[in-house]
Design a protein around this ligand. Structure first.
Ligand code: ASP
Length: 343
């Protein structure tokens, strides 16, 4: 049977083409995608396309977009072997993280990709990204199971676990990094799958569950030398605030200022979740290593381990959307739900 892949086009640079009349980049009619990328026809796959309306620059993406995307995958789940989502790169790491938490017991590939240069431009990186993402979405192992049944991002020859990625480069074709987790696959002459790093279901044929309740009463508080008490207190007193991502130094450290520890402790006592994520790309929060970290742990700050800020935001938005009980949220925050942390 020919693999069936659903291509979901949502917008972003990849779908733009130079319009000779206006001299600007314009989204092109996506239904002509196989004309733009004729090489796709060489695959013996059934490729169907679905275009979001309106198309969005990914900087405009909000959690309702994640819900729409998760619902789209669910609606078509039984009909396709895999999904390729074409979107802008700016918030792709957030979307990939959110989708990973929304789709529980996923057994099929959902691969996000895009490009730094529009697909209509000669030197585009979009064609290679797109073609390889389609090939990986269709790839099955000798047992007939998908090679990568995860939410992932394909970019510049590498397939990453979506919730481990971060966009770090706005110029080069290599736009994404996965600093704390190895690539799931690499596309050279052959596509090589790193099976030992891919998450496979413990047992197959479980129905897909989706979680679509979101709560955005969240703030990111990034520490910097010189941060003032009024700034911290201002953020912690936002009405309705459920959680903050505390972006700390190094392995989860913060200044030992007594007002800072007191402000965090009071917030935690009020029921605000404080989630410690490092400002460093690589490495892990380990609050017990330094005196500057241990105080945070003592007042009840939660460790983000080696999570990215993008995945921390998505995990918190989904968990606070789903549960009102902080005990449950804390338990789940500490669990490795979709391969987003190393514990
Ligand atoms: N601003 C664009 C977007 O994220 C950039 C891109 O597509 O890479 O939609």
């Amino acid at each position: 049977m020919r693999p069936k892949i659903l291509i979901i086009y949502t917008g972003g640079t990849i779908g733009m083409k130079h319009d000779p009349k206006s001299g600007t980049l314009m989204p092109f009619n996506f239904l002509q995608i196989t004309q733009e990328v004729p090489d796709l026809q060489k695959f013996d796959y059934q490729l169907d396309t679905l275009s979001f309306e309106p198309l969005v620059d990914s900087s405009d993406i909000m959690p309702d977009f994640w819900v729409q995307l998760a619902e789209t995958v669910r609606e078509h789940y039984h009909l396709y072997d895999g999904f390729v989502v074409l979107m802008g790169t700016d918030t792709m790491a957030y979307t990939a993280s959110a989708l990973s938490f929304m789709l529980e017991d996923l057994e099929k590939p959902v691969i996000l990709t895009g490009s730094q240069l529009p697909i209509g431009i000669l030197r585009t990186d979009g064609k290679e990204n797109f073609i390889s993402a389609v090939e990986i979405a269709a790839a099955k192992g000798p047992d007939g199971r998908p090679q990568v049944p995860e939410v992932s991002i394909f970019f510049e020859s590498q397939l990453f676990r979506g919730n481990r990625t971060t966009k770090y480069n706005a110029e080069q074709f290599k736009a994404f990094l996965s600093p704390n987790y190895p690539p799931l696959a690499e596309a050279g002459i052959h596509i090589k799958y790193n099976h030992s790093f891919i998450r496979y279901p413990k047992s197959w044929n479980r129905p897909l569950k989706i979680h679509t309740h979101v709560c955005c009463d969240l703030a990111i508080l990034k520490l910097f030398p010189g941060i003032q008490e009024k700034t911290v207190r201002g953020i912690l007193s936002i009405p309705g605030l459920r959680a903050i991502i505390l972006e700390t130094y190094g392995s989860g450290n913060a200044p030992t200022l007594s007002w800072l520890i007191r402000a965090l402790q009071q917030a935690i006592e009020k029921g605000i979740l404080v989630y410690n994520v490092s400002q460093c790309y690589a490495g892990s929060v380990a609050m017990e290593t330094y005196a500057t970290g241990i105080r945070l742990k003592e007042v009840g700050v939660l460790s983000g381990h080696d999570i990215t800020t993008e995945a921390a935001v998505a995990k918190m938005i989904l968990l606070t959307g789903q549960f009102s009980d902080n005990k449950i949220i804390t338990e789940m925050i500490n669990q490795n739900l979709r391969g987003e942390i190393t514990i």
